[in-house]
Design a binder for this molecule. Structure first.
Ligand code: GDP
Ligand code: IMO
Ligand code: MG
Length: 427
């Protein structure tokens, strides 16, 4: 893939997460020197498959399997030391060399054991209004970041660490008590401390200087997003969102990259749509089609194992996502899941509760009814195809419609979970 000099490319999700970011970062990595994650934490589950093996990455960027590339955990991320240790040691056991080429930002925030407890306590206190978080302490950790009471990776190198930890823990315990939440911290705290000791063996860096020096030296960087645009804290379906900026601007704040440095923006979408957790989902299906999408797409959360809610592709939300991110290239995933459908639907507008129709994503999409356009299905197995020349005509028509509606070219098409099941268009 061609990239602009002195620029970074960004790859991010356009829907509610799980679009297939991990797979495509892995596929694109050979074209870059560096892969850098800019937000989120172990709420992510990025799946990669190659050579008959399968890996699910949570906090570690998806560029670790292709040669000796540098991978960066950016300042915009939040890290759980115990989960980091589990993930990194399993990669090391699989023969992946991480120590010298995984750099961790000193400004990344630490998820404390009490953050996880708070996540769970706050969710329980919300009853039916719960967000359905991954329970990894993401929200409370970002809350402390914004409240200026968080602990950062760099704090581990200071003599103040224990004092700061003690203060944060005490503040969290006061909240837990006020929520009447019962807990036993001893085991999780021990695992966390063990994780911290393990983490210390890695290189803690001022990643904003690293990435800018790399750019100055002509290195090429791919920024990896987590979650998806519709889970963005500002623009997603608030309050049913995650706690970070998943949009392209998050790559600037989450890595210290100036906005003018953004080059290509790869926006990933499934040919249909899924969502995990609570919140509005206008195109959600509760019928056999939904069941079929779930089964054929194997739609179960990579982190929590929860079944993902499934529905038709939502072009109103996608157009909004393309606009917010300045997407230059669309990457279309999992069309093979639709292979057997006689017809395929795409939502092109919402009918709002007040009776009006819109193709602009509204303040609240709760109660919005999808207006569909229907296409003939391709009824062909896409999985084994190697070139766009082999695409059935109906599939080409579907792609052309997406390109026209979203005013953006579809550059890459994925037709299966494996690294090799990826077709670059125009090649
Ligand atoms: P991420 O969080 O965006 O990296 O996506 P996940 O890994 O959570 O979910 C995507 C799932 O779809 C994983 O199980 C992938 O192995 C799988 N997958 C990725 N691309 C394709 C594809 O084109 N077709 C099919 N059938 N599965 C895919
Ligand atoms: P990847 O990177 C799908 C969802 C949760 C919940 C909401 C808030 O694999 O695409 P959080 O734990 O972040 O406070 O949960 O966001 N969520 C995801 N859904 N894929 C993800 O990551 C997600 N990360 C968080 O289900 O609804
Ligand atoms: Mg995922």
């Amino acid at each position: 893939m061609k990239m602009a000099q002195g620029k970074v490319d960004v790859l991010l999700g356009l829907q509610w997460g799980d679009e297939g970011k991990g797979k495509v970062v892995d596929v694109l990595t050979p074209g870059y020197d560096v892969v850098a994650r800019f937000q989120g934490g172990p709420n992510a589950g990025h799946t990669l498959e190659f050579d008959g093996k399968k890996f699910v990455l949570k906090s570690i960027p998806s560029g670790v399997f292709q040669g000796n590339k540098v991978n960066i955990i950016g300042n915009g991320m939040v890290l759980d030391a115990a989960l980091f240790k589990a993930e990194a040691t399993s990669l090391e056991a699989a023969g992946v060399n991480l120590r010298e080429r995984l750099l961790i930002s000193k400004k990344a925030h630490l998820i404390l054991p009490t953050h996880r407890l708070l996540d769970s306590a706050i969710e329980s206190s919300k009853g039916s209004g719960k967000v359905g978080t991954t329970g990894r302490g993401i929200g409370p950790t970002y809350t402390d970041k914004v409240a200026r009471t968080g602990l950062r990776v760099g704090d581990l190198l200071t003599p103040d660490f224990e004092r700061k930890y003690g203060e944060a823990k005490a503040a969290h315990e006061r909240i837990l008590k006020s929520l009447n939440y019962e807990y036993d911290l001893s085991q999780t705290e021990a695992a966390w401390r063990d994780g911290l000791e393990y983490m210390r063996q890695f290189r803690f860096v001022d990643s904003e200087h690293c990435v800018n020096n790399m750019l100055r030296d002509g290195k090429t960087i791919l920024c990896e997003g987590a979650q998806g645009t519709m889970l963005d804290i500002d623009f997603g379906s608030y309050p049913f969102v995650t706690s970070s900026n998943t949009v392209c601007a998050g790559a600037c704040t989450g890595l210290g990259i100036a906005p003018g440095r953004i080059g290509r923006v790869f926006g990933i979408m499934k040919a249909y749509c899924t969502r995990v957790g609570s919140g509005p989902f206008p195109t959600e299906l509760f019928d056999n089609d939904g069941k079929l999408l779930s089964e054929r797409g194997n739609e179960f959360g990579a982190v929590t194992g929860r079944p993902r809610r499934c529905g038709w592709v939502d072009l109103v939300a996608l157009k909004y996502a393309v606009r917010l991110n300045g997407v230059t290239d669309i990457i279309l995933m999992k069309s093979d899941v639709l292979d057997t459908f006689p017809t395929v639907k795409a939502c092109v507008a919402y009918q709002l509760p007040d009776g009006t129709e819109t193709d602009e994503f509204p303040f609240d999409c709760e109660g919005a009814k999808p207006v569909y356009e229907e296409f003939a299905g391709w009824k062909t197995g896409l999985c084994g195809l190697k070139s766009e020349d082999d695409f059935p005509e109906e599939f080409n028509q579907y792609i052309s419609f997406l390109e026209e509606y979203l005013e953006t070219p579809v550059s890459i098409i994925s037709v299966g979970p494996d690294r090799n099941q990826t077709i670059f268009r125009g090649k």
